[in-house]
Ligand binder design. Structure first.
Ligand code: ADP
Length: 470
């Protein structure tokens, strides 16, 4: 038996509560029994006093005192406990005393002292006697009648009852506690099974699930909750594994390219200076691309671990859009794509990390430039709508199929890998943009169709307090 187990603690509580219950029940039962015994005896005593009174009322005028005494003596032996009574007149002179009371000279309360009927319990010669004393009026004269009953049997019964309680209560307690322990152990067996099953699940078999008992109780809910947690864990582990695989793949290609370019440059015998320069140029370009991927990976890793935080301040959305549009326009122009910005005349204050939001917008503008063919156009707009600052980046580029739209914010996801790679994209830009927008309590969405261009929208809550100029 493990003393810290839930089963033991439940049984201990059960024992404690049951012990209090049994103790309370025993005390109440004992007092109730005692009260009922006294009640029965007292009622009989009152009856007997009434009998004495009616006897005296009937006989006292016709009989002399010695005759009355004889009558009392004669009648007293007939009833149960009848030999235990005595009657005194108003002067305290005994009219009649039954032998046991006279022998022991059991006192009777004087009529003057006895204002109300009185019950009392006295111990006489080792016997417990219940006395009832009452003043009665017969033919205009006052008498004090005192009747008594032997309580020995009642006390014996009470004693037996006490022994019974004292024996039965601990036995009941032991049986109930053992039963409580057994029931709690039985009730907790499924919990043990669940924990054993949960222990068997490790990173290697994360697809395993716990059996769900169809009991509709807490255990079913516990198993379902653990299974839901396992599903989430499995999804994150799968994402992490995928992320690591994609990241290594993404880094292996440029490193291999750098190495090959360097090897070719070194091994080639008759090399000219411009060939060296070309090789170095290629190496430099590939290194830059690689370090960009590494930067993005680092940022996403920090974001996942919660270490990357944003410093949000009150700022005008126009300022951020304008500062992103400058390099965005340069990118578009190098690709011979037209670029225009449409800003509102009044400011749209927002709570934002300007640098981070600028980065997200630049990702959208860079993509728009990358995936728009020469002669196309890019439009950047900013409006206030339903309490939100809405930035849109639309292009007339290649567009995205509806199937692909569901994945574009996933890490390393590219609709057209060859084409994207040719532009230096690793499929991380939109994941970073989405993380930045999420950190601003905003949303990012796309509307697009293949060949029909794309419209990306970033929406962040507008701030009512600030009103800088645009
Ligand atoms: P990448 O660095 O490859 O551009 P992103 O995460 O920024 O990675 O984008 C993911 C994919 O979404 C891209 O590879 C591309 O297929 C698609 N995409 C993003 N923006 C556009 C756009 N404006 N037009 C067409 N396709 C786009």
């Amino acid at each position: 038996m493990r003393f810290r187990s839930i089963g033991f603690r439940l049984a201990a509580w059960y024992f404690l509560v049951f012990a209090c219950g049994v103790a309370a029940f025993s005390i109440v039962a004992w007092f109730a029994m005692r009260a009922s015994l006294y009640h029965a005896v007292d009622e009989a005593l009152e009856d007997r006093v009434r009998g004495v009174q009616s006897f005296m009322e009937r006989q006292i005028s016709s009989l002399s005192i010695p005759e009355i005494r004889d009558e009392f003596r004669e009648h007293s032996v007939l009833g149960p406990g009848g030999d235990l009574f005595q009657v005194a007149d108003e002067n305290g002179q005994w009219l009649y005393r039954s032998v046991p009371l006279e022998t022991n000279n059991v006192p009777v309360a004087l009529p003057g002292a006895l204002s109300t009927p009185r019950f009392e319990t006295l111990r006489v010669q080792g016997h417990v006697l219940r006395f009832y004393s009452q003043r009665i009026m017969v033919n205009g004269r006052q008498y004090t009648v005192q009747v008594a009953a032997l309580m020995n049997e009642a006390f014996e019964a009470l004693g037996w009852f006490r022994i019974l309680l004292a024996l039965a209560a601990p036995l009941l307690l032991i049986a109930a506690s053992a039963g409580g322990y057994w029931i709690s152990r039985r009730a907790l067996v499924p919990v043990d099974e669940i924990s054993h099953a949960a222990q068997r699940i490790s990173i290697e078999n994360l697809t395993d699930r716990l059996q769900v008992p169809q009991t509709g109780d807490q255990l079913q809910r516990l198993s379902e909750t653990l299974n839901a947690m396992l599903s989430r864990l499995e999804a994150s582990v799968r994402r992490m594994t995928q992320f690591t695989a994609d990241a290594s793949h993404e880094l292996r290609a440029p490193v291999a390219l750098i190495r090959t370019t360097a090897e070719v440059a070194v091994l080639k015998r008759d090399r000219q200076a411009h060939e060296y320069l070309e090789a170095l140029d290629d190496i430099l370009e590939e290194s830059e691309r690689t370090s960009q991927v590494v930067d993005s990976l680092m940022l996403l890793a920090r974001a996942d671990s919660g270490k990357e935080s944003l410093e949000r301040v009150s700022v005008d959305a126009c300022t951020i859009v304008r500062s992103a549009a400058e390099p965005g326009e340069r990118l578009a122009r190098t690709r011979e794509v037209d670029f225009s910005v449409d800003l509102p005349s009044s400011p749209i204050p927002i709570q934002a990390d300007p640098e981070a939001l600028r980065r997200a917008l630049l990702i959208l503008m860079d993509n728009a430039a990358k995936y728009t063919t020469r002669g196309g156009s890019i439009k950047v707009g900013l409006t206030r709508r339903d309490g939100l600052a809405v930035v849109s980046v639309s292009d007339t580029g290649i567009g995205i199929g509806s199937q692909d739209q569901a994945h574009i914010f996933d890490r390393f996801w590219r609709a057209d890998k060859a084409r994207s790679r040719e532009h230096g994209g690793a499929g991380l830009g939109l994941s970073i943009a989405k993380w930045i927008v999420d950190m601003h309590a905003g949303t990012i969405s796309v509307q697009s169709e293949p060949g029909g261009g794309s419209v990306f929208e970033i929406r962040v809550p507008a701030d009512k307090n600030l009103a800088p100029t645009c």
